[in-house]
Each structure stands twice: as C-alpha cells, then as structure tokens.
Write a protein that binds this ligand. Sequence first.
Ligand code: HEM
Length: 411
Amino acid sequence: MTPSPLHRILDFANRANPYPIYEELRKTPVHHEDDGPYVVSTYYEIRSLLHDPRISSDARNLASTAHDPLAEPAQDDGALPPSFLRLDPPEHDRLRRMTNRSFGPPHCPRRVDGMREELHGIVSGLIDGIGDPGRIDLVDQFSYPFPVTVICRLLGVPREDEARFHTWADTIAASLDPDPDADPAERGKGAHDARMQLGMYLAGLIEERRRNPGDDMLSELATAKSPDGTMTTMELLSTAALLLIAGHETTVNLVTNGMLTLLRNPDVLRRLREDPRLAVPVVEELLRFEPPVQLVPQRTTLADVEVRGVTIPKGASLWLVLASGNRDPQRFEDPDRFDPDRGDIQHLGLGSGIHSCFGAPLARLEAQLALSELARRLENPRLLEDPPPYRQNAVLRGPRHLHVACDGIRP
Ligand code: HEM
C-alpha cells in the first residue's frame, strides 16, 4: 500500500527534500485521511484560514478533536498553562499586547534595533572562534549558539544556564513531532516533565527579577503595569517559556537553511559578499523557499468551514502546510527557484493573521546579520556533505549539522 501524504511528510527519509510531496499534495488542496487531520497545502487557502476567526488555536478545543498525531496535550496538565500561541481572542490579544509593550513599537521602539551592535559583536565573536576552517560544523559552532545567546540577553536569562534549558527546550520542540518509533505516552510524559522543570526554573528567575529588575524583557514583564493590567505569575511563566523556545528553535534553522541554500547558489553568495544590503531580500526569499516552520498543526474548526468545495466539519483538526503554500505556482512564478530578486515575496514563513510571528523583527535582523557576515568572512566556503543530516522534526525542519570547509577566515 502507498503511504499517505501525511505519513510521507512525517517520514524521516523525506526530510532533506519534502517539496515533491507538497507538490503532489497541492493537487488536492484540502486533503483528509480517515480519522486524521485536514491538511491544507495551497497558498490562498492557507492564508485565508490563518485569518479566519472560525479557526481556533486554543489547545483546549483541540483536545476533543479527531486523532491528530501532532496534537499536544491541552497543557492544563499541571505544568504550564497555554501560552498566547495556543489561545484565541480575547485572551490571546491581551497577552500579546502586554508582551509587546516590552518588545516593540510604540512603547519600546528601540528594543530590537538597539541590539544591532550587540548582535554584530556576538556574530563576530563566534566567527573569530571557529578554529579549523577545513571542517566547520556551522550548526554547533554558529547557528545554534547565536540565537540562544541573543534570546538569553533579550530575556535576561543567564547564558551559563543554557545547558539546563537546552534539554527542556529540545524535548518540548521534539514533542511537536510524532516520531513513529517513539512511545506517545513516554513522549507526552517527557514533554510534561520538561515544561514543569522549565516553569520552575523561570519562576525562580522571575522572582529574582522582581527583586532586582534589570533592563531585560523578563524584568519589564514582571513589573509592568498596562491598561490591560498585570500578567499573573502563570501567564508570565508561559509567555517567558514561549519566547525562550520560539526564540531559539527556529532562527537556528533559518541561518543554517540560509547558508545551505547560499552554498547551493554560489552566484547569490558572491553578490551578498559584495553587497551586504542584499541580505534583506535574501532572508525574505529564504523564509519562502526553506521556511524553518514547515507547517502549523493544532488548529481546530469552531464551525463547519467550506474550503474549495470541501466542508471541513466543526471540531476537525487542521494542518496548514506553510512550506507548501510558499511553493504554490498559483501564487509564485517558478516557485522552486531560489530568487531573491523576485519582486513580490509575500511568503507564509512567519505565519499570517493574529498569530503571525511576534519575534519577526528580531528573527529577520539576526538572519540578515549572520548571513551577510558569514558571506563576507568565510573565504571560498564549500559544502562537505550535501544533503546534510537533518533533525528528526518535520515541523521545525532544519539540518542537525552543516559541515563546511573554507580556505580561511577573513578579518
Ligand atoms: C526565523 C525565525 C522564526 C520563524 C521562522 C518563526 C515562525 C513563526 C511562525 C510561522 C509563527 C506562527 C505560528 C502559528 O500561526 O501558529 C510564529 C509565531 C510566534 N513566534 Fe516566531 N518565528 C521565528 C523567530 C521567533 C523569535 C526570535 C521569537 C521571539 C523573540 C518568536 C516568537 C514567536 C511568538 C511569541 C509567536 C506566537 C505569536 C502569536 O501567537 O500571536 N519567533 N513564529
């Protein structure tokens, strides 16, 4: 029997190149398998559903839906309550607004741009420390430590605690991915324990920040008063955990996918080296071409919703395959070509609608700085392995290692 598209997406053997599966999937824009989620793969339909108030992100609605191999527990399991990623309005909007007061305009217009010099310093330090240019693991030596250091600085989490929360963050991120060989009960328990431990760790830190506030985001979130009131301790914990995990499990893949794509497209790499301003369209095209978040699972219909002649019934589970929408030929000309010169790159790589990526300005700045500096400083870089080995995760997709050699490191 031919495996279903759903199983082929999840099959690790297809991780290096899932795009032919998506192409096939788009022939049935709304695909449904027995007792499984409805999988939507075309650009306009995904975008419209991301803006549809009848589509819920609330983890508590999902708990009662049909079998979905990606469904998380509703998170009212004594660990952390759902973060605003997994809530609907008005709770979502209130928490996102309150968080944004410590992150972006109009209240905090300098937070991200004010980190530019610091980010540059972190990038330079990591490239200076590369050691043997004949064998670099770009993931371990650069793409992973960079966003982790940045999110720690932003939140005010001590960098030396990274080893502790790295394990929890990895376990939580892995729980998004249904490893067919893993025991679901075991994995659920692992994720619950990781959320519990991360919560306890953050509770200690927040307590400390309340006593001695700094200029970091955690201190501000813990002490801020806004027209929406103050966050409860539990809201603060799940918001901090969300930022910590979202802030480092995604950017690592954007930077690694970015370098891999540039090394496969040496003309663009050369142009970026000569003109770092090209980093802006390069990063946007990367978010279309190789998006670190391949699909958004865990959405539920609050009513019957008709999409391209298919009625998705109330209470159904939905997967929105962003990476497939980004390669939809109905929307993008020659979609399988990496082309930062395309005039219009309105990709779905950072989502769309009310849940669109909160950290987008930071993610963009990090990737622009990282890729333009790597292009400038690595002399004659080349891939030692293509395709590289991938992480297991089908949702947060990216290489586990990227082995690169170069002739030297420019100052
Ligand atoms: C390249 C890096 C990144 C990518 C590709 C990315 C992608 C995404 C996507 C696709 C969503 C929408 C999820 C959905 O609709 O369910 C999202 C939401 C979110 N992202 Fe990012 N993200 C990145 C970096 C970051 C960073 C650095 C932060 C934190 C500083 C962050 C914080 C968030 C938060 C808090 C949400 C939830 C927004 C909401 O529910 O209103 N992300 N991200």
